[in-house]
Design a protein around this ligand. Structure first.
Ligand SMILES: NC(=O)c1ccc[n+]([C@@H]2O[C@H](COP(=O)([O-])OP(=O)(O)OC[C@H]3O[C@@H](n4cnc5c(N)ncnc54)[C@H](OP(=O)(O)O)[C@@H]3O)[C@@H](O)[C@H]2O)c1
Length: 230
């Protein structure tokens, strides 16, 4: 898809991978609707005409529905959705994970992604070509010790993505699952984790890989990418 003037929704765009991706897509000429609970007013001002911030909690069904309707109305069409919003849960045995933590992680990483996809899909289907990218994780393909709940959320994203792929086979929507290992963002630190994030992959390089996949021409669909630090 040629990204010039395309309308792409990125969730989790206030920082990390979503923010890096927003910058990369804008550099290719796309207009990005940035979804998150916080908004970076300075970034939007600096990228006026390309970046548009919409305050929305993806775990809130009603907010998701009304925000997607607002975006469709403002832009006339939606060409892509990249689901990047997500949270980490500090590594610990399941007995030490609270019921609230379970709900919060599944709501943000899995249910929120499904709500977003369900609301945006009808708009994506209207176009001759559109893209849907779900950011899962390496933890959505392989178990990680003491991460049963986070892995459940990410395996859930993989199951959802693989199954929706069958449903969208004859549609104009190209769907891709993205499965990276550790990336140098604030995700772990915010959850109180002590990982040395600086040894991880760089978010800008990850954004370039996703953009490359989206930019493939009409008859090519990259359905899955796994990325490891070498
Ligand atoms: N970093 C890694 O090592 C890594 C590896 C593999 C996969 N991933 C996955 O990649 C995705 C992005 O991770 P990241 O490293 O970029 O994390 P990050 O830097 O912590 O950014 C997370 C983003 O998600 C948004 N978000 C969280 N909960 C939200 C909610 N309820 N509604 C709307 N937005 C919400 C945050 O914005 P607000 O707080 O402003 O709402 C923020 O913009 C996640 O799904 C993560 O699981 C990350």
């Amino acid at each position: 898809m040629l990204l010039k003037d395309k309308i792409i929704i990125v969730t989790g765009a206030s920082e990390g991978i979503g923010k890096a991706l927003t910058k990369n897509l804008i550099s290719k000429g796309a207009k990005v609707a940035m979804i998150s609970r916080r908004q970076d007013e300075d970034f939007v001002k600096d990228h006026s005409g390309s970046a548009y911030a919409f305050k929305c909690d993806v775990t809130d069904k009603n907010q998701v529905r009304s925000t997607m309707a607002q975006i469709a109305k403002e832009f006339g069409s939606i060409d892509g959705l990249i689901n990047s919003a997500g949270i980490w849960l500090k590594t610990k045995p399941l007995e030490e994970v609270s019921l609230d933590e379970i709900e919060t992680v599944l709501d943000a990483n899995l249910k929120g992604l499904i709500y977003m996809t369900k609301e945006v899909l009808p708009y994506l289907k209207k176009n001759k070509e559109s893209v849907l990218v779900n950011i899962s994780s390496k933890s959505g393909t392989r178990p990680m010790d003491l991460q049963a709940v986070y892995c459940a959320s990410k395996y859930g994203v993989k199951g959802f993505t693989d199954t929706l792929k069958l449903e969208l086979k004859k549609s104009s929507v190209k769907i891709m699952g993205f499965y990276p290992s550790g990336i140098n963002t604030k995700m772990f630190e915010k959850a109180g984790e002590g990982f040395p994030a600086e040894t991880f992959m760089n978010a800008d390089e990850i954004a370039e890989i996703i953009t490359f996949a989206i930019e493939r021409p009409g008859n090519i669909s990259i359905e899955e990418i796994q990325v490891e630090k070498y």
